[in-house]
Unconditional design. Structure first.
Length: 299
């Protein structure tokens, strides 16, 4: 009797366990699956548009000068373009002869004539239109400029390359180069890209009108020669070598040398020119290379 009761209880428990297991198996898993980010396949690039890995291009502009904001991109300039947070787009490339650069997804993009700002806006529109990025933040930097600059050489405080982003005059380029040194001449030589040269008076550049201060173009060179000199020794307070300025007379040369010492005599001044001794009056001009010697007065 007891064995039969135990058997009935065991059978009832087994039946209840099966029902519970079956019900549990039908309860769905409420944890949502992790979202899968759709990937946008990059279009196959044709051989002519294949993007090459970044090459070892110059990392700075010539002479350490950065291109101004309005500088227009030209052939052989090096630019770097990237999209914020998208390392796969970052590219440094040189502008081809046809004015284009190869970029990821976009292929060959015309960039000649664009500024860094306008090109960034252009690339952002192309990337949005192509469906590659929803809201791309594009940055463009001109790493090396070689297409639009003027070379400044000679007696200026900061010789080198001056990029031009608009119409500049000679005086403006010299000012950007730090101005003339004290040893600079009072004339400037402007050499055009075609080889023609013009000698310009610096005073007229600074004070004259547009006709005396011509505009420069890409490829021009500006050269400030060293001022021609004369030498003064003897009984003067500051003997030495001095630059010849406009209307440099013997009187001004003596003043440039600090004036006569108490023992000096204006009547005992000798001038050596081209190896020959000559006599000059006080208002006669001094020429390059003249050697002025002031003798002692007779007591």
């Amino acid at each position: 009797m007891h064995d039969k009761r135990r058997l009935m209880i065991a059978t009832a428990l087994a039946a209840m366990t099966g029902i519970t297991t079956q019900a549990a198996a039908q309860i769905p898993n409420r944890t949502p699956p992790a979202p899968v980010r759709p990937s946008v396949p990059a279009p196959a690039a044709s051989p002519s548009q294949e993007v090459q890995p970044a090459q070892a291009l110059p990392a700075s502009t010539p002479g350490g000068v950065s291109a101004p904001a309005g500088y227009t991109i030209g052939v052989d300039d090096v630019i770097e373009a990237d999209v914020l947070g998208q390392a796969d787009f970052k590219t440094r490339a040189r502008v081809r002869a046809d004015g284009t650069v190869p970029l990821p997804y976009l292929g060959a993009v015309p960039v000649q004539g664009e500024t860094a700002v306008s090109l960034a806006e252009k690339l952002a529109k192309l990337l949005r239109a192509g469906g590659y990025y929803a809201k791309p933040i594009v940055n463009v930097e001109i790493i090396t400029f070689v297409s639009n600059y003027v070379t400044v050489l000679g007696e200026v405080n900061s010789a080198g390359l001056q990029p031009i982003d608009r119409a500049y005059r000679v005086s403006e380029i010299i000012a950007r180069a730090g101005g003339l040194r004290a040893t600079g001449a009072e004339s400037v030589v402007l050499t055009r890209a075609d080889g023609s040269s013009t000698k310009l008076d610096y005073t007229k550049l600074a004070q004259g009108g547009p006709n005396e201060d011509p505009e420069v173009k890409a490829g021009d060179k500006i050269f400030v020669p060293e001022a021609e000199k004369f030498y003064i020794y003897g009984q003067v307070n500051a003997p030495g070598v001095y630059a010849i300025r406009d209307e440099m007379t013997l009187r001004r040369a003596l003043a440039q040398g600090g004036g006569l010492t108490p023992a000096g005599s204006s009547k005992r001044v000798k001038i050596s020119r081209n190896g020959q001794e000559i006599k000059l009056k006080m208002d006669d001009p001094i020429k390059p290379g003249d050697v002025v010697v002031v003798g002692e007065r007779l007591f």
